[in-house]
Design a protein around this ligand. Structure first.
Ligand SMILES: Cc1ncc(COP(=O)(O)O)c(C=O)c1O
Length: 415
């Protein structure tokens, strides 16, 4: 989005602020959709950005939705998703969350432990229902080149591939659940198309094999995804044309055997990250012991990943100062928090900026406010808005100071 547009939006709504470009979300969705054989569906992984209005956008685009908590399930339902369009994945679903999912009758609860299936069976019996589940497996293979691996290594996710047969046997004995599918999510932020296809082929082979050996119908197969986006200087964008070409070859080999199976991929980052910009205003510019600091009104409390939290490589998100391009200098960009970890740009080269200027951090549409320690130091949550064809629409109002004591109780006794 152009600087002028971002600047106007920052003036209208104030800062800090997340801005999402609708056309970019739509085009990313279309790229993913066009890269897949027409039989395949997409689940939007709302963990990437759970805003109600964005979920509604994905519904309109034809996506299903993958939720990871009862809060997300509630939002997905409020966004208008039908039960048949919702799947639920999480290694730690509580009894209440499972009850909620069973009541809603969602398409699949992705079971991650035999004990979880036993609990679903018990709850289903109480409600007189037969509940459809799929099994999330952690096989021995991973996705080469993915930045965060979720399979092929010990994790809390899914059932260890080595125990899969025994698990299917145990689940087969539970009268109130029906095993209908398999879910494998190998990792996230993969930028090599061929590696994604290789891991998807492995998933298909393993799933067909297990369905045959363990005697359950493969009605549903979730291939995961891990589709990444280039954040940093040396990242090459994921080549979706290569993905489409290579995956269609794989698909042609398996599609007959998968004729009775609904096959999906899931994606959050690829669909959302590039559409989002985080705008934060410079409050003070100062020097300290030979280093220059730009102190902004929003920081790691609202954009933790820009502050390297949860990342092991300290590379800066792409950022620039709106409407400035001259006199570059090296600076540290910080938020307003009283902690030295609140650095959202480290030794970053930016044009000389002054208080009042607005810094734009790009590629911030996924895992932005949702992954941030927003309550730390009680700065109001940023407003979040969506831009569409010259107009801006509010998605989340900025919090006020009063929101911090909402739901809290005053001291009720004399110590
Ligand atoms: C099970 C599962 N599905 C989907 C996703 C979304 O991944 P991404 O945003 O990289 O598409 C994740 C991310 O961690 C995940 O754990």
């Amino acid at each position: 989005m152009e600087d002028k547009i971002l600047k106007d939006i920052a003036e209208q709504y104030g800062t800090p602020l997340y801005v999402y470009d609708t056309d970019k979300i739509v085009s990313q969705y279309e790229i993913l959709k066009k890269s897949l054989p027409e039989e395949l569906g997409i689940f939007y992984s709302m963990k990437a950005n759970p805003l109600l209005g964005l979920c509604q956008l994905f519904k309109k685009l034809g996506s299903g939705i993958e939720v990871a908590s009862s809060g997300e399930l509630y939002t997905a339902v409020a966004a208008g998703f039908l039960p048949g369009q919702i799947i639920f994945t999480s290694p730690g679903k509580t009894r209440e969350e499972l009850e909620f999912a069973i009541e809603k009758g969602i398409y699949s609860i992705n079971v991650e432990a035999v004990e979880e299936a036993v609990l679903i069976d018990e709850l289903a019996a109480q409600k007189g229902k037969k509940v459809k589940v799929s099994v999330r497996i952690n096989p021995d293979f991973d996705i080469s080149g993915s930045n965060i691996k979720m399979t092929g290594v010990p994790t809390q996710f899914g059932i260890d591939g080595i125990n899969a047969e025994a698990a299917f046997e145990a689940l087969g004995k539970l009268a109130n659940i029906k095993v209908t599918g398999i879910h494998i999510y190998t990792g996230t932020q993969a930028l090599n198309a061929k590696n994604i296809v290789l891991s998807m082929e492995e998933i298909i082979k393993l799933s067909l094999d297990l369905s045959q050996r363990c005697n359950f119908p493969l009605e549903f197969l979730n291939l995961g995804g891990g589709f990444g986006i280039p954040y940093f200087k040396d990242d090459m964008p994921l080549d979706m044309e290569t993905f489409a070409k290579e995956f269609s070859l794989v698909w042609s080999r398996y599609k007959e055997r998968l004729a009775g199976t609904r096959v999906f991929v899931e994606s959050g980052r690829f669909l959302m990250a590039e559409a989002g910009t985080y705008l934060t205003r410079i409050l003070y510019s100062k020097d300290c012991k030979g280093k220059k600091y730009l102190v902004c009104d929003g920081g790691s409390n609202q954009h933790a990943s820009s502050a390297f939290l949860g990342r092991y490589i300290r590379n800066n998100f792409p950022m620039h100062i709106l409407n400035r391009c001259e006199n570059e200098e090296q600076v540290n960009v910080t938020g307003p928090l009283c902690t030295p970890t609140d650095i959202i740009g480290q030794n970053v080269t930016l044009p000389r900026a002054v208080a009042g200027d607005v810094l734009a951090i790009h590629k911030s549409g996924a895992y932005g406010s949702t992954q941030s320690p927003a309550l730390f130091l009680s700065h109001p949550l940023a407003a979040e808005v969506q831009y569409y064809r010259g107009k801006t629409y509010i998605l989340r109002e900025r919090w006020g100071k009063e929101d911090f004591i909402k739901g809290q109780k005053e001291l009720e006794f004399e110590p």
